[in-house]
Design a protein around this ligand. Sequence first.
Ligand SMILES: NC(=O)c1ccc[n+]([C@@H]2O[C@H](COP(=O)([O-])OP(=O)(O)OC[C@H]3O[C@@H](n4cnc5c(N)ncnc54)[C@H](O)[C@@H]3O)[C@@H](O)[C@H]2O)c1
Length: 352
Amino acid sequence: MARKSKRSDRVRVGIVGVGIGSVHAHAYSKLPNVEIAALCDIDTARAETLADRYGVKNIYSDYEAMFAEAKLDAVSVCTPNALHAPVAVAALNAGCHVLCEKPLSVNAIEGSKIVDAARKSSGKFMIGMNNRFRGDTQVLRKYIDDGQLGSVYYARCGWIRRNGIPGLGGWFTRKDMSGGGPLIDIGVHALDVTLYLMGNPKPTTVFGATYAKFGPYGKGQGQWGAPVRGGTFDVEDLACGQVLFENGATLALEASWAQHCAGERLYSEVYGDLGGATLEPLRVYTEVHGSPADISPSFPNVNGHEAEVAHFIDCIVHNKTPLATAEQALDVMKILDGLYLSARTGQSVRLA
Ligand SMILES: NC(=O)c1ccc[n+]([C@@H]2O[C@H](COP(=O)([O-])OP(=O)(O)OC[C@H]3O[C@@H](n4cnc5c(N)ncnc54)[C@H](O)[C@@H]3O)[C@@H](O)[C@H]2O)c1
């Protein structure tokens, strides 16, 4: 179905899945030109609680019914990963703009269904990579765009946790629902923000390894999500790997939900021939007049989720291309697929 024009003065938004969907709702509620018109969750009690908070009148348990009836302009897809493709494709086919939570899907085949639907749809598609919108990320990106690091040829990134398995036994730890463990859950954030800093070079080859040393023994549960007693854990709890790019650059990646480490850490480091830089903390390492110089840029304190949602609405209202596209998200999925395949086979994987 082709979407012709916006359906009212305000952008009418629907949210599918009200876990992180509640963060989207909060961000939408701050925008004067947005109306949260409907919520959808199979857990209707959870949806009703959120609806009460933001005065949302329409609650659905079936997203197809919501897309057919609620006259939406835009949809946030905040379901478990395995539902991202079916929900996002249905929303795009209904003529809605779509903001889809990370990861794009459970694998690149599913992800390409979203890319195809987005190409055919008049609606915009944006992947929810909130770390791109942080103040420190945006300031560092300006340094890089300005040529301060020269040509970036090496990067390291990761998100590691000491005890941080989300909802042990629930959908996060079931491969059929999540697509994998920390690599696809939080490693995807570190990978995406680092690729963004590198200018999204084309990945060509990956090599990876995965381990499960905590989850299978019921250890490592974190704060996010309720554990499910007797549930399934058939994903990794630590992954690491390397990615080679067409332009000759290399990236090293690690992601863990549980690991005997000092504590939680999300980091990204990029190194060029003229300078290097890190996120968390934001530092730029370079040379000034032949001497090593360390720069600690100041940056605005930006809530990445709120800035991401505001940008999505701005793209709709002013017909802009979203900062984080479906095609970039598909490249990320191909890297993740390749790392999982490499971990299974012990071989490096050439990406198509
Ligand atoms: N960007 C971030 O920082 C961030 C943080 C957390 C989660 N996420 C992503 O958000 C998504 C959801 O994660 P979560 O932590 O909110 O999970 P969650 O389990 O807390 O919430 C998911 C919700 O989806 C609902 N749901 C399941 N099937 C549904 C269906 N068919 N129709 C409608 N609703 C359905 C569930 O009932 C649940 O309320 C995941 O893809 C996750 O990777 C992103």
